[in-house]
Design a protein around this ligand. Structure first.
Ligand code: CTP
Length: 405
């Protein structure tokens, strides 16, 4: 653990999802954050203080009367760079709204002036109750980021919105708010957006395919950030690394470029914006062998390829008035032309409204958590995107989209 890293307070409220806070804690400490855990008394019914102390390397106290000489209930909040509350129960949200200060966590929420991130987890009825809706709206109006929960299985047999987002996703948002405290405004509320992500796989026979190295991380980050900025999001995902489904996003899985094309045309029907972040194969095998191609006794046959449709160009052609189409370009540049210039040419060729240009190669962009590049507009605008998390780059893309919508 790097004690010099950003100081994070991890509040844990008393719900069954508290067990997932141990994994979130581990992720935060492993990425260099110095984390002090503030459980409520109820949270300790679910996870023991020893777990939090061992994983954080810091003491765990609940009440305001512990370690009185150092005035913890004031100091912890004042010194924090970020407060994350995961899970935030309906009761904790209500206490935060009222400005209660009857334990170390709520006291710290009152003295913190840094970004505050709540990751709610509760039963669907509680999440949808007008009391909770009002509390969430009020907290958001005060600048607190309250994540949309995921949908899925809750305690017992019921399903619906109310699940804690995956710890990896919460950690991604924590990093994002440290990079950029205003990265998650609710400026896409009422908007419908579609994002493609990952690489396509072009089948050769029932067991083999031509694929690429895309991890899908940038597309997933775009979908996650859009959902937390209030948009209704469909994510059309090809093959990706092992990524958790983003909270509050509809995920449609596809294999080949032709499948992705069909899924995109269906998904964009009522969309305000569409972002093609997927790595679509330019070519596919001409024919798909009905049976596994055998090695024995056969000379290797050359694989004959044919060109895939350019989905981005089709989406530009089919664009309804007011809809924004955003493309991506991964460029290496060559002896004569740099990556940015190739990007300008691609923007003109594809006809989209915005194009994100990533300089790739030498360990950049592919399969790594960070990204950088330029955002080019059809209106001639060019913005450099400084190196940072893929969620940070996503937040810049949605800024540009929200501004133009
Ligand atoms: N794209 C697409 N359909 C394809 C190929 C690409 O929709 N068949 C989209 C990608 O999702 C991306 C953009 O087009 O948003 C640019 O992809 P890229 O592979 O850089 O472009 P290409 O047209 O394949 O150009 P290049 O000649 O550089 O490979």
């Amino acid at each position: 653990m790097n004690a010099a890293g950003p100081k994070v307070l991890l509040g844990v409220a008393g719900g069954i999802a508290a067990y997932k806070s141990a994994e979130l804690l581990r992720r935060l400490t492993e990425t260099g954050h110095s984390v002090r855990v503030l459980p409520t008394a109820s949270a300790l019914n679910f996870v023991g203080a020893a777990t939090f102390e061992a994983l954080s390397g810091q003491p765990v106290n609940v009440g305001v009367f512990s370690d009185v000489p150092s005035v913890q209930h004031v100091k912890l909040g004042q010194e924090a760079d970020l407060v994350v509350v995961a899970p935030a129960t309906a009761d904790l949200l209500a206490r935060a709204v009222q400005g209660r200060a009857d334990d170390l966590l709520t006291g710290s929420l009152l003295t913190a002036r840094c970004p505050v991130l709540f990751a709610p987890a509760m039963h669907t009825e509680m999440w949808e109750h007008p009391a909770t809706r009002d509390n969430v709206a009020l907290l958001r109006s005060r600048g607190v980021v309250v994540l949309e929960p995921a949908s899925g299985r809750l305690t017992g047999k019921d399903t619906g919105p109310g699940r804690l987002p995956d710890p990896a996703e919460i950690a991604e948002f924590a990093r994002l708010l440290l990079e950029r405290p205003d990265a998650l405004p609710r400026d896409l509320e009422g908007r419908r957006v579609v994002v493609s992500a990952g690489g396509t796989r072009e089948p050769l026979d029932p067991v083999r395919y031509l694929g690429n190295r895309s991890s899908g991380r940038q597309g997933y980050a775009l979908a996650r950030v859009a959902a937390q900025r209030g948009a209704r999001v469909t994510l059309v995902a090809g093959h990706t690394a092992d990524l958790a489904d983003p909270a509050a996003v509809d995920v449609v899985r596809v294999g080949s470029a032709l499948e992705m094309r069909d899924a995109m045309h269906t998904a964009v029907a009522d969309a305000d914006a569409v972002v093609m972040a997927a790595a679509v194969a330019d070519f596919r095998p001409v024919s798909l062998a009905a049976h596994k191609i055998k090695k024995s006794g056969n000379e290797p046959e050359p694989v004959r390829l044919t060109t895939n449709p350019d989905i981005l160009v089709e989406l530009v052609g089919a664009r309804k008035p007011g809809r924004l189409v955003v493309g991506f370009a991964a460029e290496t540049g060559d002896e004569h032309t740099d990556a940015l210039e190739f990007g300008r040419q691609k923007l003109a060729r594809k006809g989209c409204d915005l194009l994100v240009v990533n300089a790739v190669g030498e360990g950049r962009a592919f399969e790594v958590p960070d990204n950088a590049g330029w955002l080019l507009g059809a209106d001639g605008g060019e913005t450099e995107l400084a190196n940072g998390s893929k969620a940070l780059l996503a937040s810049r893309v949605w800024d540009a989209v929200a501004e133009r919508l």
